[in-house]
Design a protein around this ligand. Structure first.
Ligand code: IPM
Ligand code: MG
Length: 363
C-alpha cells in the first residue's frame, strides 16, 4: 500500500460504567474493521477510564484537565455513566454533562427506526414505517443546573430547579431542527411545547419557532403539547418525521421512541457541536444497566448505530452507509438478537456478525 496517505482520525473512547465498557469495546472493534475495509482512513483510539470507578479513587468523575485531554480529538465515543454506589446526579453532572455543556454540544440528535427483523410493539407499524428523528436541546432548559436547596432537613426545606431558556439557545436549536427536517424527504417538523402550562419560557419557545419557520417555507411544521405528543407517537406514528423538543421533554420522548422501535438497546445519539469548535460525542441512549453488566449480553447495536452517526459527522458517508447496512443485515437475523430483543445472542456474537457483514463474508 503506497502512493496515498490514510486520513487519521483521533477518537476519544470513554466507556464509563456498567455495560458502557462492553459496548464501547465492541464499537471500537467494529470501527477498526470498517477502517480496514474502507482502506482510506484509520482510527487512532485513546481510552479514558473515567466514570464511577475513577470517582471512587479520585473523588471526581474525570480529572480536572479532562476536557483538555480530549478537546483536540475528532470525536468522542461514550458508553454510559451511572454507578450503583454513587448518586445519579453526581455521575451525570461529573461526566456526561461536564463534557456536553462546556463543549457546547447543543444539538442532541436521536434517530428512531424499526430496523429489519425487529418488531415494534405498535401493531400498526411495519418495518420502515416508523422513521423519526428527535432533536433534543442539549445545553440549557431543564438541565441548566440552576436552583438550590435551603433549610435542608427542616420542615421549612425549600428546593428549586429553574429552567433557563435563552433566545439564542432556542433560536439555534430551532434552526438546526428546521434544517434537519428540510434535509429529509418529508420535510416535516413537529415542535413540541408545553406553553399552556408554562407560560413564560415555553411561550417564548413557540414564538421563536414561528419566527424561524419563516426562513424555511419549504418545511411543513406543526406544534404539539408534549402530553398530546406521547399519544400521537403511539396512535398516529406515521404522521411524524422530525421532532424538536426541550432537553427534558426530548429526554422522555426519546425513551418512548426507543421502546416503540423495539428496544432501548438499539437507540443511538449524537451530541453535536455543529460549529465544530469542539469535538462532538456519540453514545447509545441506554444507561449502564448494572443488572446485566458482566454477563456478555448487552446489545451493542446502539453503539454501532452511534458510530454510524460519528462517521457521518466526520464526513465519511460511504463508510457510514456500509456500517448501517451491516447493522441492518444483522438485525434482520433473529439468531443475532440479544435478550432485550427476546433472543439469546451474546454481545460478541452480534459484534462478530457485524464485522463479518462489513467484510462481506456472510453475504
Ligand atoms: C439520556 C439519559 C440521561 C439524561 C441520563 C443518563 C442522565 O437518560 O441521555 O437520555 O437524562 O440526559
Ligand atoms: Mg434519557
Amino acid at each position: 500500500m503506497w502512493g496515498f496517505a490514510l486520513t487519521e482520525y483521533k477518537i476519544a473512547a470513554i466507556p464509563g460504567d456498567g455495560i458502557g465498557t462492553e459496548v464501547v469495546s465492541a464499537g471500537v472493534e467494529v470501527m477498526n474493521a470498517l477502517a480496514e475495509r474502507e482502506n482510506s482512513f484509520v482510527f487512532h483510539v485513546d481510552h479514558f477510564n473515567w466514570g464511577g470507578e475513577y470517582y471512587k479513587q479520585h473523588g471526581l468523575m474525570m480529572p480536572e484537565d479532562g476536557r483538555d485531554q480530549i478537546k483536540d480529538h475528532n470525536a468522542i465515543l461514550f458508553g454510559s455513566a451511572g454507578h450503583p454506589d454513587i448518586p445519579d446526579h453526581i455521575t451525570l453532572w461529573g461526566l456526561r454533562l461536564a463534557i456536553c455543556q462546556p463543549f457546547d454540544q447543543y444539538a442532541n440528535v436521536r434517530p428512531t427506526r424499526v430496523l429489519p427483523g425487529i418488531t415494534s410493539p405498535l401493531r400498526s407499524v411495519n418495518n420502515g414505517e416508523l422513521d423519526w428523528v428527535i432533536v433534543r436541546e442539549n445545553s440549557e432548559g431543564e438541565y441548566a443546573g440552576v436552583g438550590g436547596r435551603a433549610h435542608q432537613g427542616s420542615p421549612l426545606e425549600t428546593a428549586t430547579d429553574v429552567s433557563i431558556f435563552t433566545r439564542s439557545g432556542v433560536e439555534r436549536i430551532m434552526r438546526f431542527a428546521f434544517k434537519l427536517a428540510r434535509s429529509r424527504p418529508r420535510k416535516l417538523l413537529t415542535v413540541v411545547t408545553k406553553s399552556n402550562a408554562q407560560r413564560h419560557a415555553m411561550v417564548m419557545w413557540d414564538e421563536i419557532a414561528e419566527g424561524v419557520a419563516k426562513e424555511f417555507s419549504d418545511v411543513t411544521w406543526d406544534k404539539m403539547l408534549v402530553d398530546a405528543m406521547t399519544m400521537r407517537m403511539v396512535t398516529n406514528p406515521k404522521s411524524i418525521d422530525t421532532i424538536v423538543a426541550t432537553n427534558l421533554h426530548a429526554d422522555i420522548l426519546s425513551d418512548l421512541a426507543a421502546a416503540l422501535a423495539g428496544s432501548l438497546g438499539i437507540a443511538p445519539t449524537a451530541n453535536l457541536n455543529p460549529e465544530r469548535e469542539f469535538p462532538s460525542m456519540f453514545e447509545p441512549i441506554h444507561g449502564s444497566a448494572f443488572d446485566i453488566t458482566g454477563k456478555g449480553i448487552a446489545n451493542p447495536i446502539g453503539t454501532f448505530w452511534s458510530s454510524v452517526m460519528l462517521l457521518e459527522h466526520l464526513g465519511e458517508q460511504a463508510a457510514a452507509t456500509r456500517l448501517m447496512s451491516a447493522i441492518e443485515r444483522v438485525t434482520a437475523d433473529p439468531q443475532f438478537h440479544t435478550p432485550d430483543l427476546g433472543g439469546n445472542a451474546r454481545t460478541d456474537e452480534v459484534t462478530q456478525a457485524v464485522i463479518d457483514a462489513i467484510r462481506g463474508t456472510n453475504i
